[in-house]
Unconditional design. Structure first.
Length: 296
C-alpha cells in the first residue's frame, strides 16, 4: 500500500480537546464530520488538492463519546474523491449510530447506491469550492440527482458566498432536500443584514427544501476563538428564522485549517450562542438531523 505524506502546512486535529461546558441534549447528533484514511488502508485520491493527516473512524468515535454526542453524520472528504471506502467502513463499524453523505459520479449504478443506502448513506455532496475541486456543468450533477432521488436521498452543496448568484437557478431547481454547508461561507466582515447574506436568507425563504448547516465558525471567523463573536449574528439569524431546517456539526478533523486548529470542546460550547433556547437546541442537535438522516 502507498505511504502518504501530509502537506507541510497541514494542521492536525486538536490532540486534547476540552470537555464541553455545554451539556448536549440526549440523542445529540454531530451532523458534519469526516474520516481521513488511514491512507495506507484507504488511499487518498490521485486528483486530491490536499493530503491530510490520518484521522480514522476510531478517533472519530472516541471524540463522539468524549464530547457527548450520540451519533455522527460522516461526510465524504474531497481528499478521497469518489472512493467512499473509508466512509462506508466507518458506517459498518458504527451500526445505527452513524449515517453518511457520499461523493459519486454519474456512472454510479443503482446496485451500488442500494448497497450504500443499506449501510446508512442518505445523501450526496456536490462541492463547488474551486480551491478544492473543479466544479462540473449542471448536467453532470443532474444525472446523479435523478439516480439518488429514487432512494429519497438529499443533496449537500458546498459553495462560497459569491457562487450563490451564479448557481442560483440550478440550486433552486434541485428537486430533493438540499443542505448548504456552513451557511454558504458568508464573509463575516460584512453586515449580516447586508445584501450578500440577505441573498442567502432569501434563498432559504424562497426554497422551502433548502436547509443550512450553521457550523464551522472557526472557518469563517476573523475575531477568532473561542467565542467566534463575528459569526454569531449570521448563525443565530438562520437558526431563529428557520428552526426546522438547520443542522450543526463539528467538522472534525477540520480539513485545511491554516492558522489555528479549533478545540472541539469549545466548538460545542459555541452552540448556545446561536441556539439560545432549549427548544432551538433540541431542534438543531436532535430533531432536525434525526428527521433528515434516521427517518428511513
Amino acid at each position: 500500500m502507498p505511504t502518504f505524506v501530509k502537506d507541510n502546512d497541514w494542521l492536525d486535529f486538536h490532540p486534547n480537546p476540552s470537555k464541553p461546558i455545554f451539556k448536549l441534549p440526549p440523542g445529540a447528533i454531530d451532523a458534519h464530520c469526516h474520516v481521513f484514511g488511514p491512507g495506507d488502508e484507504f488511499p487518498f485520491a490521485p486528483e486530491r488538492k490536499y493530503t491530510p493527516c490520518d484521522a480514522g473512524k476510531d478517533q472519530l468515535f472516541a471524540l463522539r463519546d468524549f464530547l457527548g454526542f450520540d451519533k455522527n453524520v460522516i461526510v465524504q472528504a474531497t481528499c478521497h474523491g469518489a472512493d467512499n471506502s473509508a466512509l462506508l467502513d466507518a458506517l459498518r463499524s458504527a451500526g445505527d449510530r452513524a449515517r453518511g453523505v457520499v461523493t459519486v459520479r454519474p456512472s454510479v449504478t443503482e446496485n451500488e447506491l442500494k448497497e450504500m443506502h443499506e449501510l446508512g448513506v442518505r445523501g450526496v455532496r456536490f462541492n463547488f469550492v474551486r480551491r478544492l475541486v473543479e466544479p462540473k456543468a449542471d448536467s453532470y450533477y443532474q444525472e446523479i440527482i435523478e439516480k439518488i432521488s429514487k432512494l429519497g436521498w438529499h443533496v449537500v452543496i458546498y459553495f462560497e458566498a459569491p457562487d450563490l448568484q451564479e448557481r442560483w437557478k440550478f440550486f433552486s431547481t434541485i428537486g430533493t432536500t438540499v443542505v448548504v454547508d456552513h451557511m454558504g461561507r458568508p464573509d463575516v466582515s460584512k453586515d449580516p443584514e447586508g445584501p450578500e447574506f440577505n441573498l442567502f436568507r432569501r434563498f432559504m425563504r424562497e426554497n422551502p427544501n433548502i436547509w443550512a448547516k450553521v457550523s464551522c465558525p472557526e472557518r469563517l471567523s476573523i475575531s477568532g476563538s473561542p467565542e467566534y463573536k463575528d459569526v454569531i449574528p449570521f448563525g443565530k439569524s438562520i437558526v431563529e428564522e428557520f428552526p426546522d431546517r438547520t443542522l450543526w456539526g463539528t467538522d472534525w478533523p477540520h480539513p485545511n485549517m491554516k492558522n489555528e486548529m479549533p478545540d472541539d470542546g469549545k466548538l460545542v460550547d459555541y452552540v448556545p450562542s446561536i441556539a439560545s433556547t432549549l427548544v432551538l437546541q433540541e431542534k438543531l442537535l436532535v430533531t432536525n438531523p434525526a428527521e433528515l438522516y434516521w427517518r428511513n
